[in-house]
Design a binder for this molecule. Structure first.
Ligand code: SF4
Length: 463
């Protein structure tokens, strides 16, 4: 998996928090957050709570009295990276509390690092806090330690991930997430909306909806309804998207499966007034029906090309992002070529691709016909070549168009922005390299696209 570039592996992207210096006597905690956007939301919640209790968040090991390592256990390479991060925190600081996905396997962690202070599993917020209280007692100061309006965030202030459910009811053979995180548990819709409303009130301009399976949201709650504003809201992805869209921020949906009811989301995306971005992140993973069957994927029998055509007919500007696995056990050259042809027809806008690898505990490990590493690499190269050509063509078609972008970063060289078609951290950017000096992160501005590359655009502020 090391051949997959990190920018295609959001589940491996690390994030560290930077905070102002603590006041004298204030207890200080460090946080290393590994893993996917879902884990990042967990880190944010833990830090929000610690901050509210009067802890300072240390940007480095030296300034911390203990360090929380939020781990990822999605793939063996991610587990190895998590163990390495724990080792680094132990040698740099010495007092380490482990949480997150890999925390579901405490023996694996304590076997390698017996001196960690505590190991807690995913979403065990209370246990993490108990471990922090035991390691570094709180010293609250009611005049100073007020919870900031938007809490503490590991992501820039102008966008925020919103986790709507935990766990998954599927059993994809290559995935151990259901074993680690359990079956689907959805948050009530009004609780999600209240959190989102607070985020928007505190200045968040873009809400990124995440879960293991966003289209399944609310199935476990039988789509129950709760009072919201002047009416009711069901715990159903369509209701939730519609209400989120009314809060006044961009709403971007991740991890949606191509179930028929997803069609109801498309009209919401087609009208910009609804606030739901015309963007679907759908992890197809493959296109050949036999491979999908061997993967035991949800919605595996869907005619995805017909479904995509339907979405585009209803919302011509929709951006489709997906991820794929090449070299899955038993994948023949013919099945791989089917995938390439499918991609050529589907012409997805944004694509990530992983080479298959075994994960301890995954049922796919026992499948026959494991594909040799050099064949996996070759298929990955061929797949990315096609995906890159499609991306370049699609971006070239945007030259001359006027569009709204959100500013993520401004430095001496340029303003790094994103269009509605680009999710932060995983998609491309639009750069403004002239007349950008007055811009600030979180600004939304109109630009005209001047130039395109394979994955990025360049533009100027519209007059
Ligand atoms: S849908 Fe499949 S890949 Fe996604 S979390 Fe569930 S089991 Fe894993």
């Amino acid at each position: 998996m090391s051949t997959n570039p990190p920018d295609l592996r959001p589940d491996l992207a690390a994030a560290r928090l930077t905070e102002p210096a603590p006041r004298q006597g204030q207890p200080r905690i460090g946080m290393v957050s590994l893993g996917c956007p879902k884990a990042l939301v967990d880190s944010e919640r833990i830090l929000t709570r610690l901050r509210a209790e009067g802890y300072a968040i240390s940007p480095d090991y030296a300034g911390a009295e203990a360090v929380i390592v939020n781990t990822c256990g999605f793939l063996d390479s991610a587990k190895a990276e998590s163990l390495e991060a724990i080792g680094e925190a132990l040698s740099e600081n010495g007092r380490v509390i482990v949480t997150g996905c890999l925390g579901a396997e405490p023996d694996y962690i304590t076997g390698a690092h017996p001196s960690v202070l505590a190991v807690t599993g995913p979403q065990q917020y209370e246990q993490v806090l108990d471990a922090v209280h035991a390691a570094v007692p709180p010293a609250p100061d009611p005049f100073i330690d007020l919870l900031p309006a938007r809490g503490v965030s590991l992501t820039p202030r102008h966008y925020s991930y919103v986790k709507i459910s935990e766990g998954c009811n599927h059993k994809c053979r290559f995935c151990i997430i259901p074993d680690m995180r359990g079956r689907l548990v959805s948050r009530p819709a009004h609780a999600v909306l209240r959190e989102a409303e607070k985020l928007v009130a505190a200045g968040v301009k873009e809400l990124l909806v995440i879960s293991q399976d966003t289209s399944a949201y609310g199935v476990d709650r039988k789509h129950d309804a709760h009072p919201w504003k002047d009416g009711e809201v069901r715990s159903h992805v369509t209701d939730l998207a519609r209400e989120l869209g009314r809060l006044g921020a961009w709403v971007r949906l991740h991890y949606v499966y191509p179930y028929p009811h997803v069609r109801q989301l498309i009209p919401l995306m087609a009208d910009p007034a609804n606030g739901v971005l015309p963007y679907l992140d759908i992890p197809f993973q493959h296109a050949h029906p036999d491979v999908l069957r061997r993967m035991a994927r949800p919605a595996k029998s869907a005619d995805t090309l017909a479904e995509i055509a339907r979405w585009r007919a209803d919302c011509p500007d929709i951006t489709l992002r997906s991820t794929f696995i090449v070299g899955y056990p038993g994948e023949t050259e013919e099945e791989f070529r089917y995938l390439l042809d499918w991609l050529g027809e589907a012409r997805l806008d944004r694509v990530g691709c992983f080479q298959y690898e075994n994960v301890a505990g995954a049922r796919s490990n026992d499948l026959p016909g494991h594909v040799p590493a050099e064949v996996r690499q070759d298929r990955w190269n061929r797949f990315m070549e096609v995906a890159q050509a499609i991306s370049a063509e699609k971006l070239a078609a945007r030259v001359g168009r006027r569009m709204t972008v959100i500013v993520d970063e401004v430095d001496a060289e340029a303003a790094t922005c994103r269009t509605m078609a680009d999710a932060p951290e995983i998609d491309g950017n639009l750069f403004i390299d002239e007349g950008f000096e007055a811009l600030a992160p979180g600004d939304m501005v109109e630009v005209v696209v001047d130039e395109s590359g394979d994955y990025d655009l360049w533009g100027r502020l519209a007059g």
